[in-house]
Write a protein that binds this ligand. Structure first.
Ligand SMILES: C[S@@+](CC[C@H](N)C(=O)[O-])C[C@H]1O[C@@H](n2cnc3c(N)ncnc32)[C@H](O)[C@@H]1O
Length: 243
């Protein structure tokens, strides 16, 4: 592959390489409903104006889900809250295409999908653009040699903080205790940036029958972990607003 593709993922000059995935061109054809590759980085600070609904852009909350897969949760959220704007992000092509199909079936006007790397969040969004960010069951990359791939570390938490509105909230859920501790350590390295609003190592411990919880209260992966009796760890972070 040409040397123009040599830049690492978080470098300003990173280029998405061309893909042979058949869903690449299918997503490109979904004008306005989904974006892929560098098209996802053409609207920082302007995502709210992509939706034309009854509320002016500035009074609409922007909710973003990283790792939305085929949109199971975010489609339901968008249905429940038509006055909010939603963006689902995943790096896989086919799930993003399926997510758009779901959204179209429901005729949702407040939801867009991005096929993009979450490591590019600060190129996708402008400063203080996002009200609420979710990351549910990120790949834990369990082996030491893989830790470098973990999405959450203190460097990325700094970048994510830049796109969050003052008082914006970042909700993380994982089934993986080591990754959870790793995330808590990363947050601890930034005591002036994020504060912990809520934290639990067993989210559903007080629920009488968590296996009956439904999407969007739980995600697709969360349902599997609940069935396997694996505790869900949950963390809600809030940006510390410095006046
Ligand atoms: C374990 S699945 C969880 C899916 C969903 N959030 C749930 O809870 O059912 C992780 C998802 O994150 C996506 N993903 C992993 N790393 C990503 C990254 N760096 N950028 C965007 N999406 C990513 C995967 O493609 C996958 O859909």
């Amino acid at each position: 592959m040409s040397s123009v593709y040599r830049f690492p993922l978080q470098h300003p000059q990173y280029l998405y390489p061309p893909s042979k995935n058949p869903y690449w061109s299918k997503i490109q054809a979904l004008k306005g409903l989904a974006f892929t590759d560098h098209e996802t980085e053409r609207s920082p600070g302007q995502w709210r104006s992509k939706w034309d609904n009854e509320l002016p852009p500035s009074s609409r909350e922007l909710h973003v889900e990283i790792g939305c897969n085929a949109g199971h949760v975010i489609v339901e959220w968008a249905k429940m809250h038509p006055s909010r704007s939603y963006i689902g992000i995943d790096w896989k092509f086919k799930p993003i295409f399926r997510a758009v199909e779901k959204s179209q079936k429901q005729n949702l006007k407040n939801l867009i999908f991005l096929r993009a790397h979450a490591q590019r969040l600060n190129y996708i969004f402008g400063p203080q653009e996002v009200d609420f960010l979710s990351l549910f069951f990120p790949d834990p990359w369990p082996r030491k040699s893989q830790w470098k791939n973990r999405l959450i570390n203190s460097e990325n938490l700094k970048q994510i903080a830049q796109v969050m509105k003052p008082s914006g909230i970042f909700h993380i859920k994982t089934d993986h205790p080591d990754y959870f501790e790793w995330i808590l350590n990363a947050v601890g390295e930034l005591p002036d940036t994020w504060k912990i609003l809520e934290m639990t190592r067993d989210l559903h411990q007080n629920h009488p029958s968590p296996q009956n919880l439904k999407i969007p209260e739980v995600t697709l992966f969360e349902k599997l972990f609940i069935q396997a009796q694996i505790p869900i760890q949950s963390l809600k972070l809030q940006i510390i607003h410095t006046p």
